[in-house]
Design a protein around this ligand. Structure first.
Ligand code: GUN
Length: 286
């Protein structure tokens, strides 16, 4: 078993970004600036946004977090987004999801300028991505591609099974693996006899949201396994009061796989670096 160590790879890429920022600064130019909108008090969302802010500071980007009360109306939020769309100082904008029920996420996503859409959620950017044209790739699939490339994981002609069909992970991941010349199967909660597919897979990408779901008896000897899951479970022994569990039963699979991502320290840090790469690219996209 070999570890697809996301902490290690993300550190290498962060240093490259830092170097790029130093170069931009030394030329007297503007550094990338990421704005994040956070609505309400969701604990996980607050943690993610704080991490994104820290990441920006670490590589030398400017960052702004706009926090709004859960009671903000959809119209008010749209006005705030339009202000950022028109602000030349800001290169990238993310609106942290999920949003409160009274706000239409689709409407909000589509209101972000596609030139600043560093999440890669705008339908225009989704279209470019599916066509294989240059655009912002959603951070998690982008990070996973970078991880596979770093470890030179062979993809040409391989059977990749993606479990999950979300707009954020499963759908874009399947498109990107197709571009990597994999034969791609997308499975999901309605798939009948999931093991039939996963047992044939050379690469399994699990984005299910069910802790320790993937077991050794579901995969082929020598498979490459990517675990996108991060479910918080209460843990009184942990300082934070919780710990993160992946979708993969790591111990069960460890003897059987050729490569596997740990949780934490696998896909998570690569997702964060994916957003940084997009923000750097946004600087040149205006
Ligand atoms: N909520 C969960 N994942 C994401 C993400 O990648 N971007 C945003 N904006 N919200 C999220």
């Amino acid at each position: 078993m070999n570890l697809l160590n996301g902490n290690e790879v993300s550190q290498v890429i962060r240093l490259q970004i830092k170097d790029e920022v130093s170069k931009i600064k030394s030329e007297g130019k503007k550094v990338p600036h990421l704005a994040a909108i956070l609505v309400g008090e969701d604990g996980a969302s607050k943690t993610y946004v704080a991490a994104k802010e820290r990441d920006c500071q670490e590589v030398g980007f400017d960052s702004t977090v706009l926090r709004f009360d859960v009671s903000i109306t959809e119209t008010e939020l749209l006005i705030e987004i339009e202000k950022i769309n028109n602000n030349p100082e800001i290169d990238g904008l993310i609106v942290q999801l999920p949003l409160p029920k009274h706000i239409n996420e689709k409407k909000i996503t589509e209101s972000i300028s596609y030139k600043k859409d560093v999440d890669g959620f705008h339908p225009y950017n989704v279209g470019l991505m599916f066509k294989g044209l240059p655009t912002f790739l959603p951070a998690t699939p982008y990070g996973i591609i970078k991880l596979l490339e770093h470890f030179q994981i062979e993809t040409i002609g391989k059977h990749c099974v993606v479990i999950g069909r979300s707009d954020i992970v499963g759908k874009p991941m399947s498109a990107l693996m197709l571009q990597k010349n994999c034969t791609v199967t997308v499975c999901h909660s309605r798939t009948i006899d999931l093991s039939k597919y996963t047992l044939d897979a050379d690469i399994v990408i699990a984005a299910i949201g069910s802790p320790k779901f993937l077991k050794a008896n579901m995969i082929k000897e020598g498979a490459v396994v990517i675990d996108v899951g991060i479910t918080r479970v209460d843990d009184a022994n942990s300082k934070k009061g919780f710990r993160l569990l992946g979708d993969v039963d790591f111990e069960d699979l460890s003897e059987k796989v050729s490569w596997i991502t740990p949780v934490p320290g696998g896909v998570g840090p690569m997702t964060r670096v994916g957003l940084l790469l997009n923000t750097l690219e946004a600087l040149g996209r205006k």
